[in-house]
Ligand binder design. Structure first.
Ligand SMILES: CC(O)(O)CCCCCNCCCN
Ligand SMILES: [Zn+2]
Length: 679
């Protein structure tokens, strides 16, 4: 599998700036690129990337998303003097021109196309293009919102035309709606455009009706445009993850793209003068991680906005460090999405219910109220903030009248993310070959007589089986090295998965262990009773009341081999639970006889690594060596194989998921998908 992360940047793109007074445009400064690149260099991340040179886009490439007359008009700007530039600028909104901006705009497109070429030909796995001017607002015949050419829209067309991409996903996490991208692919079912954006019931720029959740695309493109409007500011980490788990990821996996673009705008981060959101830079590590197992890992992140030079630089580093495969940071205390975010999530899921089978259990869209569609009565807005907030990040309500002067907002610097020297250690019987890249685990020293006696007494019922004693000892040694962050993750082939899991949960020093129990066997009661272990059990057993808050059986009629059903359970239940639980260790136990398709098992193994600083320990039944290779590949950081378009999960499973969600969401608010009053 391809590794390597491309970084595409050229300081030439810093060589244009605003030449006159314009309060709207003054935030789009060259320093945005300079601080971002310098932060990548200073942190050592730039050196770990594959540096790819930029190039100028050709006319033909620009014409993939723009009209000839627009291109011809922009071509004249390098020869204009100040007054002419100002007059030319007046033709468009919230954008400025400069004698060198046409050159830089061609480089921004060219940089993006270089990234696409290197990813699509497998020279690198993924990458980031640090560009300006940004692109997602520019339209066929118009510059707009600091954008001249639509970098990502052109690149998506280019990938379809020159790299035979069949399905392209564009995830726009910039805080503004990339209407230019939406217009470009309005009726195109091969490009799925997802955008969240500050909207405030159309009162925020660009104040477009078509930025609302009910713009779903048209004609054959209906369903392939997903808008999640933020109707309040102050959205935070929990809101962002809730949208990924309950809107974007289920649809993205059903769509199954063969290339993913991120319109990586970081004005959705805390401290930004445009966004006024409260999500912290480390959240972009998780958002990036959650996209990296789509399209066999082919992810192209392209810079859009981001105007707080501190959170911009931190967020760029968080994104690139995840593209490089470093462990994701611990997410800050997550709660549920706030009430306003839940309304937006509910609206998006409802309106898209008819297009995506993964949303079939979403409540039907409420009938169109002609006048006050989804407009909250005035008295509920205002400064008291969302009442009945479902917890989660505290909403910071902006003064409705005018935006307060930028008070100094501070947030903690993201913690260093240290990758252990050894990535994957495997505990295998000598007869089983150790896959390339992994290390066969052997503890520094063997168990002493006391240790042997203790293990024998506690787990082996005094049996004289010395090999099992040694194995159990080695398991606890492996666990110990993971908890000291000397080893990142591991895999063990054990004679008895239940006994091994029981040993590890009781031996684990982590304050919390997430145990993912895959298969039909019962979970040992000792583990279920253990308060510091959250057990999520995916099986085909009949649904029954969960014994406790910490034992969650997820029944699948068609069993664990049901790809759509398992992915639904993973994205909509297991991951939200895991992120909220914030374990120090993730145990993935595969029970004997568990029949599952390779790609699905890989998705599970990869996605879980976003938790517990990547400390994932996989337990496999000794005589089932088939999954060792594909599991090791994922533990080493390779992307999971793409599953292909997902079919609908079984209706009875959908029903039991929904009942499970409704029952659990009080204890686990990140499971919520609808605002309280709508339930
Ligand atoms: C790439 C980008 O989406 O960040 C560009 C945003 C342009 C914002 C125009 N200003 C609107 C004034 C409202 N405060
Ligand atoms: Zn923006």
């Amino acid at each position: 599998m391809k590794m390597g992360t491309a970084l595409i940047y050229d300081e030439e793109m810093t060589k244009y700036k605003l030449l006159w007074v314009d309060p709207v445009c003054k935030i789009e400064v060259p320093e945005r690129l300079i601080v971002s690149y310098e932060a990548l260099v200073k942190s050592g991340l730039a050196d770990r990337c594959v540096s790819i040179p930029v190039r100028e886009a050709t006319d033909a490439e620009i014409l993939l998303a723009h009209s000839e007359e627009y291109l011809e008009a922009v071509k004249k700007t390098p020869f204009m003097h100040l007054e002419e530039l100002m007059t030319f600028t007046q033709k468009y909104g919230d954008v400025y021109f400069h004698p060198n901006i046409y050159h830089c705009a061609k480089l921004a497109v060219g940089a993006t196309l270089q990234l696409v070429d290197n990813v699509m030909t497998g020279k690198v796995r993924n990458g980031m293009a640090l560009v300006r001017p940004p692109g997602h607002h520019s339209q066929s015949s118009a510059a707009n919102g600091f954008c001249v050419f639509n970098n990502v829209a052109i690149a998506a067309q280019y990938a379809k035309k020159h790299h035979k991409a069949k399905r392209v996903l564009i995830v726009d996490w910039d805080v503004h709606h990339g209407q230019g991208v939406q217009y470009c692919f309005e009726d195109d079912p091969s490009v799925l455009y997802f955008s969240w954006h500050r909207y405030e019931h159309q009162s925020f720029w660009p104040n477009l009706k078509e930025s609302d959740f009910d713009s779903v695309g048209s004609g054959k493109g209906a369903g392939f445009n997903v808008n999640v409007p933020w109707n309040k500011v102050g959205m935070g980490n929990s809101d962002y993850l809730a949208v990924f788990f309950h809107v974007l990821l289920p649809v993205a996996y059903e769509f199954s793209p063969d290339l993913v673009f991120i319109c990586a705008g970081f004005d959705s981060a805390i401290g930004d003068p445009e966004g006024h959101m409260s999500a912290t830079p480390d959240i972009f590590a998780h958002l990036t991680h959650l996209l990296m197992n789509l399209a066999d890992g082919k992810v192209c992140a392209v810079l859009e906005g981001g105007y707080n030079l501190t959170s911009l630089a931190q967020s760029v580093c968080q994104t690139v460090q995840t593209l490089l495969g470093d462990p994701a940071p611990r997410p800050a205390q997550l709660g549920g999405a706030c009430e306003s975010a839940l309304e937006s999530i509910h609206s998006a899921r409802s309106i898209h219910k008819k297009y995506w089978s993964c949303l079939q259990h979403a409540a039907a869209p409420f009938p169109e109220e002609p006048s006050s569609k989804n407009r909250r009565p005035a008295q509920q807005g205002g400064s008291q903030g969302p009442e009945g907030d479902a917890g989660g990040d505290a909403q910071r309500e902006e003064e409705k009248v005018e935006e307060k002067e930028e008070e100094e907002i501070v947030w903690p610097e993201p913690l260093r993310r240290v990758a252990p020297s050894l990535r994957s250690a495997l505990l295998l019987p000598d007869a089983v070959e150790c896959p390339d890249g992994c290390a066969r685990f052997s503890p520094a020293h063997g168990p002493g007589p006391l240790e042997r006696a203790r293990l024998r007494k506690s787990y082996l019922k005094e049996s004289e089986d010395e090999a099992s004693v040694t194995l159990l000892y080695n398991l606890t040694a492996l666990l110990g090295q993971m908890e000291k962050n000397e080893i990142r993750n591991g895999l063990a082939l054990v004679p008895d998965v239940s006994m091994a899991a029981t040993l590890l949960t009781s031996a684990s020093l982590s304050k919390r262990v997430l145990l993912v129990w895959m298969g039909e066997g019962p979970v040992p009661s000792q583990i279920i009773e253990d308060e510091k272990t959250l057990v999520v059990h995916i099986n085909s057993m009949e649904p029954h009341e969960a014994q406790s808050k910490y034992y969650i059986p997820i029944p699948l009629k068609k069993g664990c081999g049901d790809t759509a059903g398992v992915m639904q359970a993973v994205l909509g239940l297991l991951l939200p639970l895991g992120y909220q639980y914030e374990p120090g260790l993730v145990l993935l136990a595969r029970l004997p006889g568990y029949q599952v398709e390779g790609g699905l098992w890989q998705q599970l193994t990869c996605l879980l690594q976003g938790l517990a600083l990547g400390h994932t320990l996989v337990l496999l039944q000794e005589n089932e060596t088939a999954p060792v290779g594909i599991t090791a590949s994922c533990l080493l950081g390779n992307a999971a194989l793409s599953l292909g378009p997902l079919v609908a999960p079984g209706p009875e499973d959908v029903g039991s998921f929904e009942r499970l969600r409704l029952r659990l969401q009080t204890d686990w608010p990140l499971l919520q998908t609808t605002a309280p009053e709508k339930r």
